[in-house]
Design a protein around this ligand. Sequence first.
Ligand SMILES: Cc1cc2nc3c(=O)[nH]c(=O)nc-3n(C[C@H](O)[C@H](O)[C@H](O)COP(=O)(O)OP(=O)(O)OC[C@H]3O[C@@H](n4cnc5c(N)ncnc54)[C@H](O)[C@@H]3O)c2cc1C
Ligand code: FES
Length: 340
Amino acid sequence: MSSFKVALNFEDGVTRFIDCKAGEKVLDAAFRARINLPVDCSDGVCGTCKCRAESGRYDLGDDYIEDALSEDEKAGGLVLTCQMVPQSDCVIAVPTSSTACKTEQSRFVATVAKVEPHNDAAVVLELDVDATAPVFLPGQYVNIDVPGSGQHRSYSFSSAPGETKISFLIKKIPGGVMSHWLEAARPGDKLDLHGPLGSFYLRDAQRPLLFLAGGTGLAPFLSMLKVLARTAPQQKVHLIYGVTRDLDLVQVEAIEAYTAKLPNFSFATVVAHEDSTHPRKGWVTQHIPADALNDGDVDVYLCGPPPMVDAVRKYFDDEGMQPNSFHYEKFTPNVVARAA
Ligand SMILES: Cc1cc2nc3c(=O)[nH]c(=O)nc-3n(C[C@H](O)[C@H](O)[C@H](O)COP(=O)(O)OP(=O)(O)OC[C@H]3O[C@@H](n4cnc5c(N)ncnc54)[C@H](O)[C@@H]3O)c2cc1C
Ligand code: FES
């Protein structure tokens, strides 16, 4: 049986070669070689395993959904390693460091410390973790088993690594499995978590940063801001936080506090609903100041529901704006995604 050599180029400059048997998926071949590439669903649904194929022929199959890999991304050479079957030797750029890929995904138990509702928009969930809590990168997420449901949901850490409590900002979805559980959750309740996961995380701040958050897509930015405040880099950091309704704006005071903690931090809130009296109406893309783009020498981070993420990416493409780097996370709903 023939096999193909696949070079995995990691962000930290490390290259590892793996042998991929004919018909074998890259993720499985990497796993045999004890390299834990980013992965969550293994099913072509979440997009967590997305990498860039820089050379070679391969088959991506039809077994993945558009939210995990769009036609444009496919045309641009992006691949899902959980689906990709090489048909020649290939080179793949992995958007994470080699050290992160050797880290096992861990499971751990946490205890509910606080459940704090914000209007009918969102809930802040705070958990106590023991010594086995995961080391994570600001921006990453974790899967939380919803007790008694046999299902899990993904949530981005809104707390920073190294804290004894971890926290999440969770949108209230009427009738949602996690949302329903949270209504009756009490301090002391136990939760099983597995992770950390994802290649959406804050890289070294070497140029201005533009953060674009949609709804509870604010969560990973809260984590990133906490980490940035520890080193207070001189780079400009501009956050645009867009929501649908006025009451969806949560944690604004926490964001405001960073204007004192981070030397070059600024932010703007934006509300889309036509009935809103907010001073800035519309979409986040209508409120990006030219200087926040720094003529393209900017690292853009984008997080929110899939339609918002797609709209913002399309906006950048349509405007011909090419930032130095562009990182995004889609809060794909599990239920819709798996039924698609
Ligand atoms: C990588 C990743 C990170 C995520 N991080 C966060 C986070 O930090 N905070 C957060 O709030 N969410 C986050 N999500 C989304 C989260 O995992 C759940 O999908 C969401 O909380 C709904 O869970 P639920 O159990 O309450 O509702 P479900 O039981 O999953 O859904 C109930 C019904 O509501 C629909 N639905 C689900 N979400 C929405 C929505 N946003 N708008 C309208 N209808 C919806 C479903 O399709 C379904 O029909 C993340 C998702 C991913 C993939
Ligand atoms: S791990 Fe490949 S799409 Fe989810």
